[in-house]
Design a protein around this ligand. Structure first.
Ligand SMILES: CC/C=C\C/C=C\C/C=C\C=C\CC(=O)SCCNC(=O)CCNC(=O)[C@H](O)C(C)(C)COP(=O)(O)OP(=O)(O)OC[C@H]1O[C@@H](n2cnc3c(N)ncnc32)[C@H](O)[C@@H]1OP(=O)(O)O
Length: 286
């Protein structure tokens, strides 16, 4: 079995690793929009920070994609805890303003960046723990499901799920597959078909998340889990992750153009544009 999982799917990144020798990174990286704190040589905490809801526009996706590449280039780093500094929201998914009254070229670039993000995250050999401090919606939910483990705050008002169908959107097949791999076919079908939104206890029962903790313990518990997992033999853990995920990953990697075209066609549809306009207005009215 090939152990060169990452380079198999990311030849350009492999080229980067080959041509740029690894350099020691500063202890932490801070931008206005995210923060990376290296807790030890082995793991880091990656905090999204784009108020009010960590919505993902093209520029932000590009920034996050660069950071995922940066993680991959660090051979000593075993894991990343992905969380958010934004109060009460982990991520509300794609910035809907990118989808409403959009230019097709820009929309295409957004969706390619979304695909890149998912491929990098789902296909990473590193351990990703999602520390879900708040709402986890749409692509935010797909991101959480692509991590290896999900810990969520104990707050009944916090929501997790994908409601695409309410707007007339058929979730992309790689999102469906990620959900099937997380909660199984039947629950995925019900969840997507009926636009189900769950509170943390419902999500735990379903297996959509793995643990619930009080908000003050979210990071300490995530670090505890990470430290335990960092002790697992690295090569065997990586090979196991590869063998579990390569089939699902390959389905998008080998089908990106079709996925892009489907997304553009469905988003540009006048009926969907109308729905998006009303949805945006309803979000702003609150
Ligand atoms: C539309 C497509 C739906 C599903 C997509 C299909 C498949 C899923 C897999 C991949 C997905 C790709 C596409 C997407 O991800 S589209 C994004 C869909 N996201 C949502 O439907 C979430 C919408 N937001 C909310 O439900 C809530 O904002 C909240 C629960 C996250 C937070 O609630 P709050 O009460 O705390 O905050 P609000 O007052 O609602 O919002 C504050 C502020 O932020 C604006 N906003 C919220 N979400 C988005 C967003 N995704 N894009 C852009 N802007 C957003 C909201 O309008 C408010 O703006 P103002 O401050 O009033 O100006």
């Amino acid at each position: 079995m090939s152990i060169n999982f990452y380079s198999k799917f990311f030849p350009l990144i492999k080229k980067g690793v080959a041509s740029v020798p690894f350099q020691l990174r500063p202890l932490s990286t801070r931008t206005d929009l995210f923060n990376v704190e290296n807790k030890s040589e082995e793991y880091a905490i990656f905090r999204l920070n784009k108020p009010p809801v960590n919505s993902l526009n093209l520029e932000y996706l590009n920034l996050l994609n660069n950071q995922l590449d940066e993680f991959e280039r660090n051979p000593k780093l075993k894991g990343i805890i992905l969380t958010s500094d934004v109060k009460s929201t982990f991520s509300a998914g794609v910035d809907i303003l990118e989808m409403y009254k959009c230019e097709p070229k820009r929309l295409e670039a957004v969706w390619r960046a979304v695909q890149d993000f998912w491929i990098k995250l789902y296909g990473s050999k590193k351990i990703y723990i999602a520390a879900l401090n708040g709402h986890v919606l749409a692509l935010g939910c797909a991101i959480a499901m692509s991590c290896d483990y999900r810990i969520m705050v104990d707050n009944d008002k916090t929501k997790i799920g994908i409601t695409a169908v309410l707007l007339g959107i058929n979730a992309p097949s790689w999102v469906k597959n990620t959900m099937i791999n997380t909660i199984g076919f039947r629950e995925t079908e019900k969840s997507l078909k009926f636009a189900k939104i769950y509170n943390p206890h419902q999500a735990l029962k379903l297996g959509l998340i793995d643990e619930i903790v009080s908000s003050d313990k979210l990071l300490s518990r995530s670090e505890e889990v990470m430290k335990t997992w960092c002790k697992i033999p690295t090569l065997a853990r990586e090979m196991t992750k590869e063998s579990m995920r390569s089939e699902t990953l390959g389905k998008l990697v080998n089908n990106r153009e079709v996925d892009v075209q489907e997304f553009i066609t469905s988003t540009m549809d006048p009926h969907l544009q109308d729905n998006l306009g009303k949805y945006l207005a309803s979000l702003k009215k609150k």
